[in-house]
Write a protein that binds this ligand. Sequence first.
Ligand code: FMN
Length: 436
Amino acid sequence: MKDRRFHLGWFLQGSSVQAWGEPWTGNIGQEWMQPEFFTEMTRNLERACFDYVLIEDSSYVGESFGGTRDVYLRDAIAVPRQDPSVLATILTQKTRHIGIVPTFATFAYPPYLLARLVATLDQVSNGRIGWNAVTGSSDFAARNFGLEGLPEHDLRYDMADEYMQVVNGLWGSWEPGALLADTETGVMVDPTKVHAVNHEGRFYKSRGPLNSGPCVQGRPVIAQAGGSPRGRQFAAQHADTIVASIKGTAGMKAYRDDIRARMAAAGRDPDSCKVLFLISPIIGDTEAEAWSRKKRRDEHNAAHLHLRMAHLSKITNIDFSALPLDEPLGKLTTNGHQQSLDEFLKRAGNKTLREAMAIYNEAGSLQLIGTPEQIADRMGEAMDEVGGDGFLFSLPDTSRRSVAEVADGLVPALQKRGLMRRNYAHDHFRDNLLAF
Ligand SMILES: Cc1cc2nc3c(=O)[nH]c(=O)nc-3n(C[C@H](O)[C@H](O)[C@H](O)COP(=O)(O)O)c2cc1C
């Protein structure tokens, strides 16, 4: 019988206040600095046999909307937010099987620092670390690091290609078997198996070898979210898992087929990378309850239009507050998240900005509204149509309640249908990711 199982990830909105202003979030405004909520939710997702938790990041306070930081600070849009490496470390110590994927931007971490940090994380987690490799998208962030601004979009990916060459070289600077820890001979490390890298390229220089010792997994799981043609090329070259927000099964299939073709052209086995599609299901005990929650969400979004507009401004660097709400959108371009803007404009068509925002608010690749059983059926059908490889949950109302609805409501319904694993077969993250 065909193995219909697919993979699940969770997109955590940073090491940060989650879902500010949403119901059922308890005292998140006071508690976000401490890791309890994040460790509890990650353990719940591990109980549900998720592949990974991806910790989003950006390293600046937004100010693209209306040219001010006010809305970002007042409404806790991606701020305050901690360095993700600390939460990632804590999560590795509170779990045993699930993959932990912090985001680090290539412009913000010199390659040696990144390679050493991620290798250390892979060691302390015993082979469960991933790295969400992003190039960054904001000049405000670049200025926090002494740069004038970010390089142009495609050049950032050229730089990131070389960056990958350096970090892969550093992770490879310890051959398998270099660590001896031989108490008989007294030799800890075999010096013949540790090598310099001596990288001197167009953008980066690093000597190596890495002094942390090797990654447990050889190299960490690489996650990526490139959506533009150049971004897809980069992802197809390097990623073990790709996360994407593409509307509808036809688009999802086309995206995945394109990634797989690019991988084959690059000499990689297409099955060695898992593409996960963003979803934000609305779950109810009954279908009617789910739809009434959807109605409440739509009303909330319409009354708080500025929140999602500010988010879109942040990732595209376009000031949407300066555009007329009730007129069609003109031509817009960005040096930020190009694919996110293209998808927004494509779906907007001739609609006004206000109407376009209503669709933008329906985040995710599929509309999933109903009981756990109905949603599980739909997810299974969608995967049959697309070909694979799974879903990344991104909830606007992440809370203990919404995590439980997924982990204890939806996942058992998926397991019942043979769509989701019931236990982890391997010790290491990549082995579980590529197990089916
Ligand atoms: C699910 C998802 C998660 C992402 N997480 C981050 C992130 O944490 N930090 C970041 O700077 N960019 C993040 N991005 C943006 C991507 O890195 C990328 O810039 C975006 O998808 C647009 O693709 P493009 O750069 O090829 O135009 C994310 C994108 C998606 C779809």
